[in-house]
Each structure stands twice: as C-alpha cells, then as structure tokens.
Design a protein around this ligand. Structure first.
Ligand SMILES: *Cc1c(COP(=O)(O)O)cnc(C)c1O
Length: 469
C-alpha cells in the first residue's frame, strides 16, 4: 500500500499532457475542450488503476494516446447506420423504412435551400404546407381531402380530439390495441378527451353491438386494424364496409385506423394482400388514418384522408399546429408518394418494397457468396452455414406473414450459449453494428435487407473474435 502515493505523483498533470505533440494533433482534430475532457477522464482511470496496484504506462504521451482512442470512439455518431440482418424489414427499433433515393434527394434539397413551404407561388400570398402533398394523397387514395401530421399516433389523437371530444367513441373490445412504444388505444382516447365506449367482447363483436351503442350524439365509430395480432377461433368482427350504413343513418363519422396502410395491392408483388387506403376510402369510411414509414416506405408521418368537411375541422384544431411535420419530411413524403404514380417500377425504386419482394434465390446466392468471409471473421469456434429462414414485414403489418428468406447461421462448436451472446455483442460493436437474431442456439443473419455486400465484408474484417485469438 505504502508505495501507491509515490506512484501517484508520477502521473502527469493535464497541462503536461496537453503540451505533447499527440495532444496538439488531437486539439486540431477535436477542439481543445473535448481533448481536455478526454485527458482528464484518462488521468482518472490511470489514477484508479495505480491505486488498485496495477502497473500502467502513465507518461504524458501515453495518456494523450489513450485520450485519442477515447475521442475516436466517441466520434462515432450516435445516429449512425447499422446492418439490419434481423429479418424484420420494417424494424421499429432500427428506424423502420429506409427511403427511396428520390426522397433522399428531395429531403437534401429541402435542407439546403429555401422553399415555398407555406407560400402560394401563384398569388404570392401565404399558403398551407399541407397543400404540397394534398393532391397526391387524394389522387392515390381516392379521398376528397387529406392532411398530414407527425406520425399515425398523432393522426389518431388529432382525429379523436377533433371529432369526439367529450363525446362517445365506439370501438370493439377486440380492437383496443396496444402497439410498440406504449401506444394504447384507450389511453390515447382519454388524452384526446374522447369517451371510450367499448362494445362486444374480445373475440366477438356483432352488428347489433354497434347498433345499440351508436346514437346521433356519438362522436365517431372507430375501426382499428389489429396490426400486430390475430384473434383466431370463435370470432366475429364487423368489417368497416358493413358499418357504413349505420354511420350514415345516424350521421356519425366512421373512422378507420389502418395502421400500416398501403397505397398499392401488395399481392402484385407476391405478398399477401393488405387492405389498401383506397379500398378503405371506397368502402365508405369518412376518415382513414395510416403511417408514412410502415408499408408505405417513406419517412415518419401520419396521414388523415377522407371527407372534406371533416378534414377541414381537423385542420382547424389548434393541436394540429403542435403535430405538424417539418419541411424535410414533407419533401421526402412528396417524393415518395410520386413514386406510386408508376406502380410498375415501384419495386425498383422503393426500398421497402424492393426488400420485401426480393426473391429468396437472390438472397441464398448472396448467403453462399458471404459464407466464407463470415466463417473467417467469426473464427473456428463457430460452424458457419447457409440456412433457410423467414423474414417478417414488421411494424405490425401482417404479423403472421412469414416471407421465405435465406441467411447465414453461426453455431458455436460445443456448448456455447455464452459464445453466442459474445459473438452477437462483438458484431454489434463493429464500426457499422451488425444486428442479427438468436434462434435455435445459432446466431442467424437474415440477408434479406443486406444490399451493400462489399461494405458488409469490409466492416466484418475488424471483428474481434470472441475466442480472442
Ligand atoms: C402503427 C400503428 C399506429 C401508430 O402509427 P405510428 O406511425 O407508429 O405513430 C396506430 N394504429 C395502428 C393500428 C398501427 O398499426
């Protein structure tokens, strides 16, 4: 113990470290305040190590070098890319849809330039930002009018607050959803000031339940697309189209929250049919709400389309201002929607669709090409093989729909639960983190969403093998 104080005195001061040429270079790259913080933190760890009796290099140059490593590590942006090899194409925790090039370009222009955001170029007077995408939304959905807010949760909140504040909102017990991120329909209702009137039971709701609950003073009838679960067995639900006559007869708006919502029939790309926005509008819903960054493949946004008089009321709600979208996203939304005018080329241009429709044979070829590189990177403690697996759409869309895919499985040799988790952690620690999934005691990398093959291989070179050779 008694030699530690002596060891502590050999630790340089912050100033001594800052005078080294290593630190001078760091100051040029990162700025003085950041270097001072990193040097202090490094000196703290040196002191702790010395007190613990460890022998550490603590010359001014050594400290500056370690501080440099800290600064380099810290320079990696927190909002940086990852390789999504989870097999979930629209992964909410990984940022959902990646945008089409056209959307990226439009957003970039919107960031760099001034634009006529709320300015009518014809009259030279003030305009409305929503009108920039209104026409496209109406054209693609067949609705009379349309508006846009921050996300679909905001769309639902705004619709409920506008049409049903202090009034009854009638909804089936089977549709009182909770989706990721604590969006619970009953909670949103109460925050919107709407009175929730639950009807039917979890598994069965009948027309007569709606008839008994809806009266002329009812705020709205809400249909919710049960995006992330399926009720099976002895079930009954009343489809939106069957509620139209009741809603019209009692002059109560029928609102359909589609959740993901899609603007095109996915079956033409080999996927299961998901109700489209145009179908929901054509069936007779007065208002339809849906997301921008789920199946639609755009940026985060929420769309409200439907009857002109109702959309006008919604736009006049003071909450609308608090939920509005910014110019960057508006530009990206417009560019994304424009792609839908050419459905024949949509799957080439819209990454979400391109990835969802990617043939399994392509993915399997990719897996075979990458297998050797992955094998070398993970080392001899794992058996690396090409496997069949299944991808999911994600974000609650078609929860039971499995899409045949292919990938690479890394299976530890012998008993290796720990090895599996350290491999997963090592992949997450790469310059571009690689996120797979653990399944059947193997780490599976579903390659459906991997398009940058070279980038992936280069990134993998730096893998610190969990075996530690
Ligand atoms: C996803 C979803 C929402 C919320 O949409 P966000 O765009 O994530 O805010 C609302 N309702 C349903 C049915 C959904 O599936």
């Amino acid at each position: 113990m008694n030699q530690h104080p002596a060891a502590l005195t050999r630790i340089p001061s912050v100033d001594e470290v800052l005078k080294t040429s290593v630190a001078t270079d760091l100051i040029a790259r990162f700025g003085r305040p950041a270097v001072v913080i990193a040097v202090r933190a490094t000196l703290d760890s040196v002191r702790t190590a010395v007190r613990a009796g460890q022998i550490v290099k603590s010359g001014p140059d050594d400290v500056a070098t370690v501080a440099g490593v800290r600064l380099d590590e810290d320079a990696r942006p927190n909002v940086g890319p990852v390789f999504n090899l989870t097999g979930t194409v629209l992964h909410t925790n990984l940022g959902r849809a990646i945008l089409a090039e056209a959307a990226v370009e439009a957003a970039t222009v919107a960031m760099r330039r001034t634009l006529a955001l709320e300015f009518d170029l014809e009259t030279g007077k003030r305009g409305e930002r929503d009108t920039l995408v209104r026409g496209l939304l109406c054209e693609l959905s067949g609705a009379e009018d349309a508006t846009i807010v921050n996300n679909n949760a905001a769309a639902v909140l705004l619709v409920l607050n506008t049409l049903s504040r202090d009034k009854d909102s009638v909804v089936s017990r089977g549709e009182l959803i909770e989706i990721g991120g604590a969006f619970r329909m009953p909670d949103i209702m109460s925050r919107a000031g709407a009175r929730l009137v639950e009807i039917g039971t979890t598994n069965r709701t009948h027309m007569k339940d709606y008839e008994a609950a809806v009266h002329p003073g009812t705020g709205l009838i809400l249909k919710v697309h049960t995006s992330n679960y399926k009720i099976r067995g002895f079930t009954k639900e009343v489809p939106a189209r069957d509620l139209v006559a009741l809603a019209r007869g009692r002059a109560v708006p029928l609102v359909n929250d589609l959740g993901s919502g899609t603007l095109i029939d996915l079956s033409r790309y080999g996927l299961v049919h998901e109700p489209t926005v145009a179908e929901a509008v054509a069936e007779g819903a007065d208002i339809v709400t849906f997301s921008g960054d789920k199946l639609l493949g755009g940026p985060q946004a929420g769309f409200i389309v439907g009857r002109r008089d109702l959309v006008a009321q919604i736009n006049q709600n003071p909450l609308k201002r608090a939920l509005r979208v910014d110019k960057i996203r508006l530009a990206a939304v417009e560019a994304t929607l424009r792609l839908y005018r050419d459905p024949d080329r949509l799957h080439e241009r819209l990454p979400t669709l391109r990835l969802l429709a990617r043939p399994k044979s392509d993915i399997a070829d990719l897996a075979r090409r990458l297998q050797p590189a992955v094998g070398v990177a993970v080392g001899q403690d794992f058996v690396v093989s090409v496997v069949d697996c299944s991808s999911q759409i994600g974000s609650g869309a078609l929860p039971e729909e499995q899409i045949e895919s292919a990938g690479i499985a890394c299976r530890p040799v012998g008993h290796g639960g720990g090895a599996l988790h350290s491999l997963a952690a090592a992949l997450r620690a790469l310059a571009i983190p690689v996120i797979g999934r653990i399944e059947d005691q193997a780490l599976v990398l579903d390659l459906r969403c991997l398009e940058d093959e070279t980038g992936f291989v280069n990134n993998l070179q730096a893998l610190k093998r969990p075996g530690g050779r």
